[in-house]
Design a protein around this ligand. Structure first.
Ligand SMILES: Nc1ncnc2c1ncn2[C@@H]1O[C@H](COP(=O)(O)OP(=O)(O)OP(=O)(O)O)[C@@H](O)[C@H]1O
Ligand SMILES: [Mg+2]
Length: 498
C-alpha cells in the first residue's frame, strides 16, 4: 500500500528529480569531485581511457590483489592492469588521487553502426576539489606522455621506408612500416670500448636533454655521420642506437624522392623519438658543385647556396626549375637543419657513407652533423668482442701467446669486423680451429698489405667497389647473404657507370 501510495504521490519524474537533488546536495557537501573516463565515447574509442590503462599498468603501488595481465599485438612485454571494479591510489605532485576501474554490464543493445562490447568500462578519477586545477592542469598530459612512453617500450620498433616513390597510402601516409627486430645492440657491436661508451653517453644525454635543448634554444635533434669501409658496422650501429633508445627508424631512400617539397612532406610525417637514416649518402646522390652545373641553375630557389645536388646524375638537367623539380643540397640541409627540421622533436639524423671525402663540405661543416664517427677496421679490442660474441671466449679463455699474436697482426691485416665474423661463423663448431684459422687469415692479409706498400688489399678492393653501382636493397637489413650477393654481383658484372 505504502509503495503504491508513494508511486501515486511521487511519480517517476519526481522521484528521479529527488534522487538528482539528493546527489547534488551530497556532492555540494562532499570534498571530492569525480571524473569519468569511459572506454567508448559515443562511437569513438576514448584515447584517454587507453592511456590511463597503460599508465596505471606502470604504477608500482597497485593495491588490488587481483590484476589483469595483457600482452599487446606486436609486443614482447606483458603489462598488468586493474581488474574490474578495483581501485588504485596514485600520487602526483604531492596530491593523492584515486582511480577506480568501473565495469558495468551494458543495457539492451541500442542501435549502433558497430557492435559495442557487452560491458561498459571506464575509469573514475576521484580527487579533492581543492586539487582540481592543479591536477587537471598537467596530470592528464603527464598521463598521456607516460602512456606513450610505455607503449613505445612495450612495442617492438618499427622500421619505415619511403620505397613507394612518393605515392601515398589510403590514409595519405608516405611511409610504409614493418616491425623492426634487428638483434644488434651496443653489447654485440665490435668497436673500441671507449668510443662506444662515448657514443652511448652522448645518446643518453640527448634522450634526457629536453631541458638542455630548451634552455639553449636549440632544436631537440642530433646528427651523426657514420663513415668507414663497407662491413665495419655502420648499419649495425644504427640498429644498436634504435634498440638502445627504443626509437623507430625511418630509412629514407633519397633516390625515391624527387623534389624538395616531397622531402619536406616526408619529414613532416615522421614521429618524434625516431632516427632518420640516409644510408650511403654518397651513392644515393651524386654531388655536383654548382659551379659545374648549368648556369641557369643560378636562378634556383636556393639562390644563395653555393652547391647543388643532382639526382641520379641527370635529374637537374632542367636547371631552371631548380629547387622545385629536383632535390638540392639546400633542400637536404633544410631537411636536417632548417626550420622544417623542428616540426617534431627528439630526432636523430644519421647519414652513412663509405667515402667521407666525396661529401660536400657544406654537409660536413661543424654544427651540421654533431658527431662524425669513424667505423674502422677490426681493432684488437673489437676483435675480443667478436671472439666473445661468436665463440663465447673471454680473454682468459685464450692462450696468452695466441692472444699476443692476434694483437700483433690484427691492425696490420685491416680486416673488417664483417670479414672476421665470417671466418668465425664458418668455424663456430670447432672453436680452436676458428681461432687458428682467423690467425692464419689475419697473417695472410697483413703480409699482402705489407707487400702492397701504401695501398692495402682492402683499400684496393674498396676503390674498385666505389666505382661500381650504388648499393641497392642492402641497407640496414642486409643479411650476410645479401652482402655476399652484392659483392659477387659487383665482381661478375664489372663496372657500371654511376
Ligand atoms: N662493428 C661490428 N660489430 C659487430 N658486427 C659487425 C660489425 N661490423 C660488421 N659486423 C657484421 O657484419 C655485417 C655487416 O655489417 P654492416 O651492415 O653493419 O656494415 P656497414 O658498415 O653498414 O657496411 P656498408 O658500408 O656496406 O653498408 C653485420 O651483419 C654484422 O654481423
Ligand atoms: Mg650499411
Amino acid at each position: 500500500f505504502c509503495q503504491s501510495l508513494l508511486q501515486v504521490v511521487f511519480p517517476p519524474e519526481l522521484r528521479f528529480a529527488t534522487v538528482k537533488l539528493f546527489y547534488r546536495i551530497f556532492h555540494w557537501f562532499s570534498s571530492y569531485c569525480y571524473f569519468d573516463i569511459t572506454e567508448i565515447d559515443g562511437v569513438n574509442t576514448n584515447e584517454l581511457y587507453n592511456a590511463v590503462q597503460l599508465y596505471l599498468s606502470s604504477s608500482v603501488s597497485i593495491t588490488g590483489s587481483r590484476l589483469s595481465l595483457t600482452r599487446a599485438l606486436n609486443s614482447s612485454a606483458i603489462t598488468f592492469g586493474l581488474s574490474n571494479n578495483d581501485s588504485i591510489v596514485d600520487t602526483y605532485n604531492g596530491v593523492t588521487v584515486l582511480w577506480e576501474h568501473v565495469v558495468t554490464p551494458r543495457q539492451a543493445q541500442t542501435f549502433s553502426w558497430r557492435p559495442l562490447p557487452e560491458e561498459k568500462r571506464g575509469f573514475t578519477l576521484r580527487l579533492k576539489k581543492r586539487d582540481k586545477t592543479l591536477v587537471l592542469g598537467s596530470y592528464l598530459d603527464y598521463i598521456m606522455e607516460k602512456a606513450n612512453d610505455i607503449r613505445r617500450k612495450n612495442q617492438d620498433r618499427l622500421l619505415y621506408t619511403n620505397s613507394r616513390g612518393g605515392s601515398l597510402d589510403s590514409r595519405g601516409y608516405p611511409w610504409e612500416s614493418v616491425p623492426f627486430k634487428h638483434p644488434s645492440t651496443f653489447e654485440t657491436l665490435a668497436m673500441d670500448p671507449t668510443k662506444k661508451q662515448e657514443i652511448m653517453e652522448d645518446l643518453t644525454d640527448f634522450a634526457n636533454g629536453q631541458g638542455f635543448y630548451q634552455k639553449t634554444g636549440r632544436a631537440w635533434k642530433r646528427g651523426y655521420l657514420l663513415y668507414g669501409p663497407p662491413g665495419t658496422g655502420k648499419s649495425s650501429m644504427i640498429a644498436a642506437i634504435a634498440n638502445y633508445l627504443g626509437y623507430d627508424i625511418y630509412d629514407l631512400e633519397l633516390t625515391e624522392v624527387h623534389t624538395n617539397s616531397e622531402l619536406r612532406k616526408l619529414l613532416m610525417k615522421t614521429s618524434s623519438k625516431s632516427i632518420i637514416v640516409i644510408e650511403d649518402i654518397d651513392c644515393s646522390l651524386s654531388l655536383t658543385n654548382r659551379k659545374n652545373a648549368t648556369s641557369t641553375s643560378s636562378s634556383a630557389r636556393s639562390g644563395t647556396y653555393s652547391d647543388m645536388v643532382e639526382m641520379r646524375g641527370g635529374g637537374c638537367g632542367s636547371g631552371d626549375d631548380g629547387g622545385n623539380k629536383t632535390i638540392t643540397l639546400s633542400g637536404l640541409l633544410n631537411f636536417t637543419d632548417g626550420l622544417w627540421s623542428c616540426c617534431g622533436s627528439e630526432r636523430i639524423f644519421v647519414f652513412t657513407t663509405n667515402h667521407i671525402e666525396k661529401l660536400d663540405p657544406a654537409l660536413l661543416r661543424s654544427g651540421r652533423m654533431d658527431m662524425h664517427i669513424f667505423m674502422s677496421y677490426c681493432s684488437f679490442p673489437a676483435l675480443k668482442i667478436l671472439l666473445k660474441n661468436y665463440l663465447g671466449f673471454d680473454e682468459v679463455d685464450l692462450d696468452g701467446a695466441v692472444l699476443q699474436e692476434l694483437e700483433g697482426v690484427v691492425e696490420k691485416a685491416e680486416m673488417t669486423p664483417a670479414d672476421v665474423s665470417e671466418v668465425l661463423i664458418k668455424n663456430r663448431r670447432d672453436k680452436v680451429k676458428a681461432v687458428r684459422e682467423l690467425l692464419e687469415t689475419l697473417k695472410v692479409r697483413a703480409e699482402r698489405n705489407a707487400k702492397n706498400g701504401g695501398l692495402s688489399v682492402v683499400e684496393e678492393e674498396q676503390e674498385k667497389r666505389a666505382l661500381e653501382t650504388p648499393k641497392q636493397g642492402c641497407g640496414l637489413f642486409q643479411e650476410e647473404s645479401c652482402r655476399q650477393e652484392k659483392e659477387n654481383e659487383e665482381k661478375d658484372d664489372g663496372t657500371i657507370e654511376k
